[in-house]
Write a protein that binds this ligand. Structure first.
Ligand SMILES: CC(C)(COP(=O)(O)OP(=O)(O)OC[C@H]1O[C@@H](n2cnc3c(N)ncnc32)[C@H](O)[C@@H]1OP(=O)(O)O)[C@@H](O)C(=O)NCCC(=O)NCCS
Length: 154
């Protein structure tokens, strides 16, 4: 298992993993009209654009990308962790999270933030976050309910 900084060549794998997560995991807690709109917004161009202003890492197993994370060191904010549904529950999400947290510690962050999808609240609580209120993540014509979460670093 290795974690490394993502490259532009990884974008097709990132898009594929994200679409699978939304279609198979997020779909368990969000209605179909939200899932459909959300999925159409996950494109090569959208990810490529976000490569410019956030940090992306991938986790590989035997040279095969099984998950990724996106975050900002400027705002100490985790934007997303996505693990292939067939690799869920095997510790990959935690490893990606710890990479993010260690990077933030090195950078001097004191307060970590994220918006959690409803299915991932329990995972982030395990990582030491607490809930800080509901937020709506805007999609094209609808929105996706999420929970604001924070963690203070000592
Ligand atoms: C949420 C997600 C990243 C977790 O990754 P994972 O690789 O399955 O999690 P891990 O195996 O590393 O689990 C680490 C710990 O969290 C726990 N955990 C994992 N998912 C959990 C959940 N949904 N609820 C409660 N606990 C959870 C595990 O039991 C494990 O506990 P332990 O350390 O006591 O054994 C993954 O399920 C995923 O990609 N989901 C779909 C995408 C998504 O919604 N991402 C969040 C976007 S904000």
């Amino acid at each position: 298992m290795t974690i490394r900084i993502a490259k532009k060549d990884d974008i097709p794998a990132i898009v594929q993993i994200h679409k699978q997560c939304v279609g198979l995991v997020n779909a368990l807690v969000y209605p179909p009209y939200v899932i459909n709109e959300w999925t159409t917004q996950i494109t090569h161009n959208a990810v490529a654009e976000q490569f410019l202003n956030s940090k992306w890492i991938v986790i590989e197993e035997k040279c095969h990308i099984v998950g990724f994370a996106q975050y900002s060191l400027d705002s100490c904010e985790l934007y997303q962790i996505q693990v292939l549904p067939s690799y869920e529950g095997l510790g990959y999400g935690k490893k990606l999270y710890l990479f993010f947290e260690n990077d933030c510690r090195y950078r001097g962050c004191k307060l970590l933030r994220l918006n959690a999808t409803l299915n991932a609240i329990g995972f982030y609580k395990k990582m030491g976050f607490r809930e800080g209120g509901h937020v709506s993540f805007p999609l094209a014509t609808t929105s996706c309910e999420m929970v604001r979460m924070i963690k203070r670093l000592s």
